[in-house]
Design a protein around this ligand. Sequence first.
Ligand SMILES: [Zn+2]
Length: 438
Amino acid sequence: MLKRLLHVVAQYLKTKYGRRFRTRKELERWQEQKVEKHVTWVLAHSPFYQEWLKDYSIKDWRQFPIINKQIMMDQFLQFNTVGVTKEEAFSLAFQSEETRDFSGKTQGISVGLSSGTSGNRGLFLVRDEESWQWVGAMLAKVLPNSIFGKCRIALFLRANNNLYTSLTSNRIHFQFFDLLTPLKEHVSKIQEYQPTILVAPPSVLRMLAKMQMEQKVNLHLQKVISVAEVLDPLDEQLISKGFGQIVHQIYQCTEGFLATTCSHGTLHLNEDLVVIQKKYLDRQKRKFSPIITDFCRTSQPIIRYGLDDILTERAEPCPCGSVYTAIEQIEGRCDDLFYFPHRTEQQNVTIYPDFIRRAVISADSRIEEYRVLQLADDELVIQLKVSDSNKLEVQQLIEESMKALCDQLECILPKIRWSEYEWQTGAKKLRRVERMYG
Ligand SMILES: [Zn+2]
């Protein structure tokens, strides 16, 4: 326990007070040294990287070939530096999911399973020290006060992370709420717990915010943090109104702790923990997918790992003055790009999830909830819940707004089918804009 705390506190102090970069240049120089040192270590310990990078000099790490989940999974044993086989890791991960007990380890290593379609799930390995460092960094970036002050943190997650709950002390208290349990069963528990910090996917935050407005719960929160799902502007507004404060965000995945919001509510990349290079999808629109190099992680080294998320860079710097790249929004995954037929040319036009979102939300203020699903190049389904009985009128306004978007992008609006809004919290993440075909 003491060792654990030391790791957490050391990383906390380092992250919170240890690194002050006055300029972007200074940050980049520091990253350069960190990565070069890290790659040298990795080359001595990971057979996969030895082979993969044999034609490269360490200095050229910014140009190393990009790896992805597939490559990592295919060569799992050679890739990791702790000698865990894929079979061992999968068996432990599945067992944890089934029993809802996530404290198991193999050879002292914790295993995480990333979301994805069934054939495409990633396995992640973490040594204890790495986990504690992760927690320390997280607390440094997220806690509104010092680690030495008191706080009660409610975590609504799909899987309990023992990392946090085992850290509970008389100052910091964590309570896990399982998303697989219906929310109404948590209501009295959360009311009694009275968290000061609420961490949950936006779909859950919005339900709690509504309950707060309807006085079904009465929470006194210091900070509200959205995780695990894309924060849709429609939800952000409601959550912010319900709790009377800014909605903060944590952008993390099994591959790394990638971004957090500053006091202004702007997302900044955690460039003191990872290097994030940009693979531009559309430079003019400032949209890119991140390529991550984590210079702290050793058991499963992440060097130039391509994620298929879509991020939009902020056009203006954040008023907080941070040297870390400011992000306007995280839009979702590349899988959720829509493709509409071009008006005159034999090709499809790429539509960013954000365009769809804005077209829908801006159409009318009576929209309470929506989902837009693309089923085929020429077919959309829009699920809709509105606040009054005049649904047809709202549908018409959305259709007009979508048409205007298509005019702008010179594409043909697919046929829209309307249906009732249906979505339940549980194992599945809420994706308001989702492409349903390959
Ligand atoms: Zn900022």
